[in-house]
Design a protein around this ligand. Structure first.
Ligand code: IPE
Ligand code: IPE
Ligand code: MG
Length: 248
């Protein structure tokens, strides 16, 4: 159970203080390989446990009232990995997409896949199309699964689409608002909180455009060991921060 449901911190006056929940949480699900290595297991075993943790965290986010959860599942750079590992990850993603198609409506989870889908297998492309058809009919909690996603790639693609629209007379002056409409995340509020587990302190090409004013949270916990309590800690830290956006 969430501390946000059970134990609202008490102010000195004894009144429950309201916790400032992020609307949009983004997570770089990192550390699966190291988790497996520590146990003498193949890296894919880490990815498999990592996928379970993702399911659990998504349900938890929905239950505590988060509106958007964005997860980094496979980057445009992750193709550099051995074929065996890449196909293991793709198999897990395929499994998750199948499951989502079955459950999205019942569990009211709107799944959106963000990234360069055209480069994925025909099977995955077909499953992604099916999930977006289902998602169109749903409201409420949204999960954005970043798959073959790269922040720079997203910016280049957005710039190309804008340039084409400009040439065709469909676009005018380029502003931040117009540009955002050309990204994968058009219409979605920027992430409030970005979490990176596994003790790495970098963004690794995740949400380059959208992270301009995101609050960052790092933890040494490897993704397969991440859980609801860890998320509570991240939210609690977020809740105490003063977001100034350059103001005084
Ligand atoms: C994150 O875990 C999952 C993907 C990048 C697909 P890693 O596989 O990067 O795990 P580490 O960083 O090697 O431990
Ligand atoms: C970022 O993790 C990508 C995902 C979690 C999908 P990486 O493991 O690929 O990032 P680096 O190589 O440590 O920067
Ligand atoms: Mg990694």
């Amino acid at each position: 159970m969430s501390i946000f449901k059970l134990k609202k911190p008490m102010s000195r006056a004894g009144k429950a203080e309201s916790i400032k929940l992020p609307r949009h949480i983004a997570i770089i699900m990192d550390g699966n390989g190291r988790w497996a290595k520590k146990r003498g297991l193949p890296r894919t075993a880490g990815h498999s446990v990592g996928a379970e943790v993702f399911r659990k965290i998504a349900t938890y986010c929905k239950n505590i009232g988060i509106e958007y959860l964005t997860v980094f599942a496979f980057s445009t750079e992750n193709w550099k990995r051995p074929d065996e590992e890449v196909s293991g990850i793709m198999a897990l993603l395929e499994k998750y997409l199948h499951e989502a198609i079955e459950k999205m409506e019942k569990e009211s989870i709107r799944l959106a896949v963000m990234g360069n889908i055209e480069e994925l297998s025909p099977k995955i492309r077909q499953l992604v199309n099916k999930t977006s058809q289902i998602a169109e009919k749903l409201n409420g909690f949204q999960v954005n699964l970043c798959l073959n996603y790269g922040g720079r790639d997203e910016i280049i693609k957005a710039a190309q689409k804008y340039a084409q629209d400009y040439r065709d007379g469909r676009a005018n002056e380029l502003t931040e608002e117009t540009f955002a409409k050309y990204t994968f995340f058009a219409g979605i509020p920027d992430p409030d909180l970005i979490i990176r587990p596994s003790g790495e302190y970098r963004i690794s090409n995740f949400l380059i455009w959208q992270s301009a004013y995101a609050e960052l949270y790092f933890t040494d916990t490897l993704w397969p060991d991440f859980n609801e309590r860890e998320l509570d800690k991240a939210i609690s830290s977020y809740s105490k921060r003063d977001r100034r956006y350059g103001g005084a």
